[in-house]
Design a protein around this ligand. Structure first.
Ligand code: ARG
Length: 459
């Protein structure tokens, strides 16, 4: 039996029911739906709609429905269109006609918006905790590699030496921003639609402030018409998920490149690597490819749902039922990706010797220009002179440090014997010690800030 059958002379068509029914996926909201109903039943007592005894009977019935879902013994019936219908149907079976009073003044429009916000707040908290897990793994790995020097790249071309810790920590800060974004999205989520009714508000004297707080919201929503159709919180969360996946995909891509034998900077543990059914030697980083691959889907969920929201007229529209699968999918993907990425980082072997072997002197060209600046040349002239040095060394097939002083001085007389000191990767890195730089000293400070950030009250 539907919740709305009274007006109709004929039952709805079976194909329509299959299209319209959402129980297949919104069943996941059962705990939130029941929590919302318990709070609502309690709010109906001071409003004079339920006696205390009626409310207790309803609450007891709802707790039993919850137990049935929790133990997987809830029996769905053909008319259970969505989670709200299913819970109410079962409640009335358990407690009798009094259960039919629960929905007084309430609509599934304010109900589903409340349920889904509650669900989304919990999901945001779980995602925050998974992100912190990966941050912890990154900081731990960074702490082990503060003095480990590797080539840094721009345009995927060798650029300047950096420390491996600095590379790892760059991802820590991406995730820190994701966590900030989640906290900000969560604060907007925390407005409670319950009591908005179908669109116009409730005629009952319900204390919506108390109701909101009893469910763990910050406040009631300000406008009932907005409350039933606002799905900004879904879009917010889909965006955070998509961006977070984009960050994971970038870390994954670095791991794919650096673990390639042509680089051999890192080794992904056996437990997070896969083999080939044909080529016995293969060692593939499939999980990293899945990080990259799933990111496409998460971006699709965001753009698809924004398209759903576009041009919707005021009030609740059934289009909004599309909100759930998208968000379940994005959060589900991150819930499977993040623990794997954290474990992969915890078990990642970093190979300082391979990184050192890949350090070529062209990575010090900027330091050579800085050297000339130290001798009084404007940077633009110094840059030009070092460009000529690099070209000359290339023509002679010599590393920069092997170019005779006379050759250097022929390019620019400011070169002197002390130029030899420039050809030192550790010195180059150590000079980048200003705040936020890759020098071991700056990185130690960065690690301290990262740890403060993880312990901080705002997260
Ligand atoms: N299953 C619906 C959804 O997810 C619940 C709200 C239905 N409201 C309505 N008036 N049909 O959006």
């Amino acid at each position: 039996m539907t919740l709305w059958g009274g007006r109709f002379g004929e039952p709805s068509d079976a194909d329509l029911r299959r299209l319209n029914d959402s129980i297949g996926f919104d069943r996941a909201l059962y705990a939130e739906d029941i929590a919302g109903s318990i709070a609502y039943a309690e709010a109906l007592v001071p409003a004079g709609l339920l006696t205390a005894d009626e409310a207790s009977a309803i609450v007891a019935g709802l707790r039993q429905v919850l137990a049935e879902f929790d133990s997987d013994s809830f029996a769905l019936m053909p008319g259970d269109e969505d989670i709200h219908t299913a819970v109410e149907r079962r409640l009335i079976e358990l407690v009798g006609a009094v259960g039919g009073k629960l929905h007084t003044g309430r609509s599934r429009n304010d109900q589903v918006a409340t349920d889904f916000r509650l669900w989304a707040m919990r999901a945001a908290d779980r995602l925050t905790s998974d992100l912190r897990g990966l941050q912890t793994a990154l900081v731990a790995a960074a702490e082990q590699h503060v003095d480990c020097i590797m080539p840094g790249y721009t345009h995927m071309q060798p650029a300047q030496p950096i420390t491996a810790a600095h590379w790892l920590l760059s991802f820590f800060w991406m995730l820190a921003r994701d966590i900030d974004r989640l906290a900000s999205a969560r604060s907007r989520m925390a407005a409670c639609p319950l009591g908005a009714g179908a669109l116009a508000g409730t005629p009952l004297s319900i204390d919506r402030h108390a109701l909101a707080v009893s469910l763990g919201f910050q406040s009631p929503s300000e406008n009932s018409l907005d409350a039933v159709s606002d799905r900004d919180f879904v879009a917010d969360l889909l965006y955070v998920c998509a961006l977070c996946a984009a960050h994971l995909s970038r870390l994954a891509e670095d791991i794919l490149i650096y673990s390639n034998p042509a680089f051999a900077f890192i080794i992904l543990d056996d437990r997070y690597s896969t083999g080939s059914s044909l080529m016995p030697q293969k060692r593939n980083a499939d999980p990293m490819e899945l990080m990259r691959g799933k990111t496409g889907r998460l971006i699709g969920n965001l753009s698809g749902f924004l398209a759903t929201l576009k041009s919707l007229p005021s009030g609740y529209n059934k289009d909004l039922q599309e909100d759930k699968e998208a968000l379940f999918d994005s959060l589900g993907a991150l819930a499977s990706l993040l623990p794997v990425m954290s474990a992969a980082i915890r078990s990642l072997q970093i190979k300082p010797e391979a990184m050192a072997a890949a350090l070529t002197e062209d990575l010090l060209a900027t330091d050579l220009a800085d050297y000339l600046v130290g001798k009084g040349l404007p940077f633009r002239q110094a840059h030009h002179a070092v460009g000529a040095v690099v070209r000359r060394a290339g023509a002679l097939s010599l590393p920069l440090s092997a170019l005779p002083l006379a050759e250097l001085q022929a390019i620019n007389p400011a070169f002197d014997a002390d130029v030899a000191e420039v050809f030192d990767f550790a010195r180059s890195v150590a000079q980048r010690r200003a705040f936020g730089g890759s020098a071991p000293a700056a990185v130690r400070e960065q690690i301290a800030h990262a740890k403060q950030r993880m312990a901080g009250p705002e997260e």
